[in-house]
Ligand binder design. Structure first.
Ligand SMILES: NC(=O)c1ccc[n+]([C@@H]2O[C@H](COP(=O)([O-])OP(=O)(O)OC[C@H]3O[C@@H](n4cnc5c(N)ncnc54)[C@H](OP(=O)(O)O)[C@@H]3O)[C@@H](O)[C@H]2O)c1
Ligand SMILES: *[C@@H]1O[C@H](CO)[C@@H](O)[C@H](O)[C@H]1NC(C)=O
Ligand SMILES: *[C@@H]1O[C@H](CO)[C@@H](O)[C@H](O)[C@H]1NC(C)=O
Ligand SMILES: *[C@@H]1O[C@H](CO)[C@@H](O)[C@H](O)[C@H]1NC(C)=O
Ligand SMILES: CC(=O)N[C@H]1CO[C@H](CO)[C@@H](O)[C@@H]1O
Length: 337
């Protein structure tokens, strides 16, 4: 049997890092790049990591666009989407038309909620896998990938409409296990395969952290996570946003969070202890004028809750303020409104 072919769509910090580890298994891994295409085409990726050392990774094929990847005519077993999730800027699922064929699993390694929907709508017969990673990685210059810490990747089938009983025999469940095995074989020790339900619980739990910390850092003009958690007023605000999300999510998902998931109080306490000065990556996006992932981190959770009859007023406030701040940042000079 031919080995699985993996395509990383949007080979930035996260995509290139995990792609380079999957490639260590001998599996062919190709990439679609954008601004960094020429650097990567010429010299591959230079990865540095405290855990894996420094190495160069030359992808099997380097494409400058989805069109170029289509022309290659490869059957992809996995298309791993690691672009930033910016549904207000572009529908990246459209770029995958003609790349997804029978047996392809589309793996979404992106932050936020509701990132899967455009893909299940467009590719109803493909396996859509939802993945959450806890990692700290960046691409400080073309083709240079810095991994700082953590390698957790949880992957589950995205199957909102079938019961737990039918889920275990669904092809997407087998694909999630296979993908996890690829990561583990590549040296990612803390990769796990989850059920649909548990993976969505992980997404909501991460939203509690990202939706409280990220906009608050931007709206307070660049506070570090620890500074926010140490300030009495801001930490009360963070805790209240987290609790709003953590009490709403179980009503939407129909089950309480597993007991091992950290409480708001616990998250605030461990953030206080951390004096590294780290800030959410959303602050970096704000400062450098890039679009923020505000729809998948704030807008979608608010809308998903509202469809079920629940309001999250603190989230709504953060969303409205942050969205208008971005509009003001980006408006043409001289615009009156
Ligand atoms: N970095 C982390 O530590 C971290 C941790 C946890 C979760 N995440 C999540 O992981 C996801 C990816 O984040 P990241 O930090 O890896 O972002 P990133 O470094 O900006 O990588 C995204 C890459 O996708 C490329 N891209 C975007 N649209 C494309 C297109 N149409 N065709 C080809 N390439 C395209 C971008 O190219 P350009 O350079 O041209 O924009 C960029 O190289 C996000 O949802 C993020 O929230 C990141
Ligand atoms: C944010 O802080 C920077 C300095 O770090 C300052 O130049 C800027 O004016 C501040 N912006 C606002 C909106 O206060
Ligand atoms: C604090 O964060 C830094 C960088 O984000 C990390 O190196 C360190 O392990 C963290 N410390 C604790 C106690 O969580
Ligand atoms: C989301 O939270 C994680 C963990 O606190 C953090 O490392 C990451 O930078 C945040 N994501 C964004 C988009 O700010
Ligand atoms: C030309 C260009 O835009 N290069 C970018 C490559 O990626 C890094 C990190 O994402 C950016 O800092 C560069 O600007």
């Amino acid at each position: 049997m031919a080995p699985p072919e993996v395509l990383i769509f949007g080979a930035g910090a996260v995509g290139a890092f995990y792609g380079s580890l999957i490639a260590k298994t001998g599996t062919p891994v190709s990439v679609v790049c954008r601004s960094n295409y020429s650097a990567v085409k010429a010299s591959g990726f230079a990865v540095t990591s405290p855990q894996y050392g420094s190495y160069t990774w030359t992808p099997t094929r380097v494409f400058s666009s989805a069109d170029a990847a289509r022309s290659a005519g490869v059957h992809w077993s996995y298309i791993v989407v690691t672009t930033k999730a910016l549904p207000d800027v572009s529908d990246d699922s459209a770029l995958l038309d003609g790349l997804v064929s029978d047996g392809t699993a589309v793996v979404l390694v992106q932050n936020g909620l509701g990132v899967e929907e455009p893909y299940t709508r467009r590719f109803p017969h493909a396996s859509v896998l939802s993945a959450v990673t806890i990692v700290s990685a960046s691409q400080p210059s073309h083709g240079k990938i810095t991994h700082n810490r953590w390698t957790r990747v949880n992957t589950g089938p995205y199957l909102p409409d079938i019961g737990a009983a039918a889920e275990s025999s669904h092809p997407a469940t087998a694909k999630a296990k296979e993908f996890t095995d690829l990561l583990v074989s590549g040296g990612v020790k803390d990769a796990s395969a989850y059920t649909h339900q548990k993976l969505q619980q992980v997404r909501w739990h991460k939203i509690a952290i990202n939706a409280s910390m990220n906009p608050s850092s931007v709206l307070s003009n660049g506070s570090s996570n620890a500074a926010m958690a140490l300030d009495p007023d801001l930490s009360a605000h963070l805790k209240a946003v987290m609790e709003e999300v953590l009490t709403t999510a179980p009503k939407i998902l129909g089950a309480p969070f597993p007991l091992e998931f950290a409480t708001a109080e616990h998250i605030i306490r461990s953030t206080r202890k951390n004096d590294s000065g780290s800030r959410p990556s959303m602050w970096g996006d704000w400062e450098s004028g890039r679009p923020m992932e505000l729809e998948v981190i704030l807008g979608n959770p608010i809308r998903i809750a509202r469809e079920k009859g629940y309001e999250m007023p603190r989230m709504q406030t953060l969303y409205a303020l942050l969205k208008m701040a971005q509009t003001n940042r980006d408006k043409p000079k001289g615009s009156k409104l």
